[in-house]
Design a binder for this molecule. Sequence first.
Ligand SMILES: O=P(O)(O)OC[C@H]1O[C@H](O[C@H]2O[C@H](CO)[C@@H](O)[C@H](O)[C@H]2O)[C@H](O)[C@@H](O)[C@@H]1O
Length: 277
Amino acid sequence: MSDVSKLIATQPPAAASAPPEIVPAPASLVPHLGEVAILLDIDGTLLDLAPTPREVWVPPGLAETLNSLLQRTAGALALVSGRSLNDIDLIFAPEIYPAVGGHGAEMRLGSGNEADAVQAPPMDKELKRRLAAIAKLSPGILLEDKGYSLALHYRLAPQAEAAIYEEVSRIRAELPGAPIEVLPGKCVCEIKHAGFTKATGVRELMRRAPFEGRKPFFIGDDVTDESVFAIMPDFAGLSFSVGRRALGVDGHFDSPDDVRAFLARLAQREGQSAASR
Ligand SMILES: O=P(O)(O)OC[C@H]1O[C@H](O[C@H]2O[C@H](CO)[C@@H](O)[C@H](O)[C@H]2O)[C@H](O)[C@@H](O)[C@@H]1O
């Protein structure tokens, strides 16, 4: 297998101490789509952020791009998201993509809509009830129940951030043995089972066909994606952040729009090279 990292253009470091930034060049990656796995975060990476979780939308052409890349990688493209598989399917309907959902709680390898692996037990009902009551702290706090975790969104009530975290800490302090952890995201505080992360989900995915043995490249934007950035070297893979250069990544994109344009070029060039064969 060739070294994918050598196939992309390198830019000089912005600061003397920072390693050089690698900018993915679709043209050089195209001939290697049979050797790579494409792993993509959703919110803030593939899709623009929206005021509420329900308001995201899939821009024209994105599904076509993903379908083309799914085909060209022989199925080795997966969405890696904090959202549940059910939610991902509603957003991308009628398309159904391989995915790691719920920050590693669920995994689906193919386009059948059943999960192939579920890592997460449902969250304790009483705990959930207590956490859910935090939404009453302020109008604008939105509750998202994923079954195995609970997310408190405060994008519409930013002034409530500190109070939400304080209340979550208070509840956790009363339950010192509970196997839960708090995951801060973009204007969201998520409480989930401690036994899984996006990284554990990706490791599981990379053990299964058609992902096994491929070199992954992962694109993500959020704190919750950092666990995946950290494990890419274990698979000789590459990681890219969005909107900022995160610690340890190989390069970054400025916006979801840039990510979509990169993927479209990758799919298009592959389409062209397939047509000219
Ligand atoms: O891992 P991701 O695919 O990036 O999912 C992370 C969370 O995304 C969603 O919330 C975020 O996006 C919303 C829509 O843009 C935005 O309103 C919210 O403020 C963001 O936190 C989703 O609702 C969560 O379940 C995911 O964990």
